[in-house]
Structures are given as structure tokens and as C-alpha cells.
Design a protein around this ligand. Structure first.
Ligand code: GDP
Ligand code: MN
Length: 377
């Protein structure tokens, strides 16, 4: 889950990482009263959950009231990454002397948390990573969560020549590491991490992503989800107890169990098809779930076929069958349905479905081959 900059700034403040004083505004009047309190110059920043705001004109330092109103209205009317700007951050402008980059993230390939740092922070960091990768430093955590200052000191020593800045950066990186682990982040990025006019370190921008799987222990943060950035179908599915992720393909999948759901997607790919979604109805046998799953999946205009793949353990095949029949009585199928059922109460289930004129498979391979054939027709 991504949170907005103005929310992530609260986390930095909570952990004692210096930020420029500021607040969030929805109207030029609000921005003006904030600016008067802070004192000019202030920086206006579009609060949208997309990167590259600076380059897209969404960040502007303003010197006086007239400038503020003009720039506020201009930024408010921008569309960034397809999203409108609802709020702007108004913060005391930092007199930036030099921009650095510091982030913690998860390296999925190495299975480790990595601290990424660079002496060339700012809006061109992605470009630097491509053209001068040696300027991007990486320090792996080696599976540790130990908050050992000596390790951050190594990072800081490579970024700063000045010992006072080294010491200060060591402390701040340590705080960022603490924040990253305590708040279940998958990303905690300060870019730019700056030296200001007084020669002190500050965070001029921050991006935080919270691991959705850690949200259950982050109740305060989970309330901060900006629903505008979530897929409405995925939200509805979650609300109905389904694990659902939309994908690009055309084979709709309804499966019981996350492992089998992944296996089904692999099989669809292997047979030359492309899954339209990941969907796990869970281990229970509630027929309502099949109905909800079908309703959500059929909304996707790319769908060419729906593949139901059930391995009945705790899940009873007859409950799934009655879910399918209930669903078919309520919704008009616009695409063919391929059903594979095996395991608990398989025979009863097949009889129910066959009576209603539906073909069923016991073999997963056959069902997947059939579904892919129909999708690629
Ligand atoms: P991003 O482009 O979405 O990452 O937005 P940032 O908040 O990082 O802003 C982009 C750039 O604007 C930064 O790299 C800075 O160069 C500049 N900027 C942001 N805040 C300030 C500020 O307070 N003072 C000054 N002088 N420049 C700023
Ligand atoms: Mn930035």
C-alpha cells in the first residue's frame, strides 16, 4: 500500500528524521494561510501516488502570495499518471545545497533487504542508475534486522567526506532502517536527502510503501489507504473474502487455494494461454463465494473463457457445484465455462453439473487445454 508524501512525512517526524515544516492544502486559501504561517519561500507539491512529480511540473518553489495562488491553481489542474491532484503539500522551501539518495527496499531476487544510497540524488536518479550504475551504492542487510550503527556508518562514510555529516547521516539512516522494519515497509525512500543552507541534513521528499501483508499489525497506517488508487474490483473481492489480482490475459480463473491458483496460472501459460486474473476462493465451501467470484471475473471485457479449478479437500465439490448453479441462475454467461473438479464429493458434484448440461473434467491438464483452446479461438 502506497501512502502519500504528507502521510509519510508524519512517519519521518515520528522517527526523528528532519523535514521542512508544512501542511496539506486543498484550496489556494488554505495554502495561503499555511504559507503565511511558514514564511516565504514555500514549496508546493502535488500529492499524488505517482513518481516523477518534479519533472511533470508538480513541484514548485514560490516566492510570494501571487505566485503561490497561480502555481497552486496550475498544479491542482494537472493530471499525473492519469490521476487528478486533490491536495498539495505546502512546506517551507529548503535551500538545497546538494541532493543525495537513501532508500531501503526488498531485493526479491536476493531475498534480502538492501540499503541503496547515492551521492547523486534528485529527479535523475533512474537515469543515473542506467548510465552510471557504479554511482548507486548497495548495502545488503544479510537477513538481519539488527540496528547496528557501525553498519550505517559504512554507508554514510561512502556518501559524505565531512565527518559531521557522516555522523549525522549515520544516525538518520539508522532511524530510516528502524522505520522500515517497524512499519512493515517494502520501500522507505528519501530522495532527495539534502544538505541545506545551514549545512544540515534533511529529507526533502519521502516515499513509503507498506507491505499489504503487514497491514494487520499497522492499523493506523491501513486507515490511510487512498482508495482512489486501488482497483475497485480488487477492493470488492477483498471485502467478500476472495484473494483476487487482475492480470492482462483472457482466461478467467476461479481456484481454491493460493498454491493451486498459482499452479493454474502457470499451467494456462504453459499451454499457450494467458490468465486474466489470480483468484483464490479460499478453503471454505461457501457457494456464495463462487457466485461473487464469477460476477467479478465476468466484468472484465477481455475475458474469453472462465476456468474453474477445484481440488476438493476441505472444500466440498458439491458446494462448489451448487455455487456454480446458483450463479448461472442469476447471471447470464457471456463466455464458455470450463470446470475441473476432483476430490471430496466429486461424484455428486459432477452429477449436479452434468444434469444442468455442463461438462466437467477431472484432469487439470485436460481442463486447462480446453480453456486455452476456447480462449485462443
Ligand atoms: P518527485 O519528483 O516526485 O520525486 O518530487 P520531489 O519532492 O523529490 O521534488 C523534485 C525536485 O524538486 C527535488 O529533487 C528538488 O530538486 C526540488 N525540490 C523539492 N523540494 C524542494 C525545496 O524545498 N526547495 C528546493 N529548492 N527545491 C526543492
Ligand atoms: Mn523525489
Amino acid at each position: 500500500m502506497k501512502i502519500h508524501e504528507y502521510q509519510a512525512r508524519d512517519l519521518l517526524a515520528q522517527y526523528g528524521i528532519p523535514i521542512a515544516e508544512g501542511g496539506v492544502a486543498q484550496s489556494p486559501q488554505e495554502a495561503l494561510s499555511l504559507a503565511k504561517k511558514l514564511g516565504f519561500p514555500v514549496v508546493l507539491k502535488a500529492q499524488v501516488l505517482v513518481g516523477g512529480r518534479g519533472k511533470a511540473g508538480g513541484v514548485k518553489v514560490v516566492a510570494d502570495e501571487a505566485d503561490l495562488v497561480n502555481q497552486f491553481n496550475r498544479i491542482k489542474n494537472l493530471t499525473m499518471g492519469g490521476y487528478t491532484v486533490e491536495r498539495l503539500l505546502v512546506a517551507r522551501a529548503i535551500d538545497i545545497r546538494k541532493e543525495y539518495y537513501v532508500a531501503l527496499t526488498v531485493d526479491n531476487i536476493k531475498g534480502d533487504v538492501v540499503i541503496i544510497a547515492s551521492g547523486e540524488g534528485g529527479v535523475d536518479i533512474e537515469e543515473t542508475a542506467k548510465t552510471n550504475p557504479e554511482k548507486i551504492l548497495k548495502f545488503y542487510m544479510h537477513g538481519e534486522k539488527i540496528l547496528d550503527e557501525r553498519r550505517w556508518a559504512l554507508v554514510a562514510a561512502q556518501l559524505f567526506a565531512d565527518t559531521r555529516l557522516q555522523m549525522s547521516a549515520t544516525v538518520m539512516i539508522g532511524k530510516l532502517v528502524k522505520l522500515f522494519f517497524e512499519k512493515d515497509c517494502t520501500l522507505a525512500e528519501i530522495n532527495p536527502f539534502v544538505v541545506n543552507g545551514e549545512g544540515n541534513l534533511m529529507a526533502a521528499d519521502v516515499k513509503v510503501i507498506i507491505d499489504d501483508n503487514g497491514l494487520f499489525r499497522q492499523p493506523e497506517l491501513s486507515q490511510r489507504r487512498d482508495l482512489k488508487y486501488d482497483d475497485p474490483d480488487e477492493l470488492e473481492a477483498k471485502d467478500k473474502g476472495l484473494s483476487f489480482v487482475k492480470l492482462e490475459g483472457n482466461v478467467g480463473c476461479i481456484v481454491n487455494g493460493a498454491g493451486l491458483a498459482m499452479g493454474t496460472m502457470d499451467a494456462v501459460n504453459l499451454m499457450g494461454g494467458t490468465p486474466a486474473n489470480f483468484l483464490d476462493v479460499g478453503g471454505s465451501s461457501n457457494p456464495e463465494k463462487v457466485l461473487n467470484a464469477l460476477k467479478i471475473i465476468l466484468r472484465n471485457p477481455s475475458i474469453k473463457v472462465v476456468l474453474i479449478n477445484i481440488f476438493g479437500g476441505i472444500t466440498r465439490c458439491d458446494d462448489i457445484a451448487s455455487g456454480i448453479l446458483t450463479a448461472l441462475a442469476q447471471i447470464k454467461m457471456t463466455v464458455p465455462l470450463v470446470i475441473r473438479l476432483t476430490g471430496t464429493n466429486e461424484a455428486v458434484a459432477k452429477e449436479m453439473l452434468n444434469k444442468a448440461g455442463l461438462t466437467t473434467f477431472s484432469s487439470m491438464r485436460q481442463a486447462v487445454v480446453e480453456a486455452v483452446k476456447l480462449a485462443n479461438k
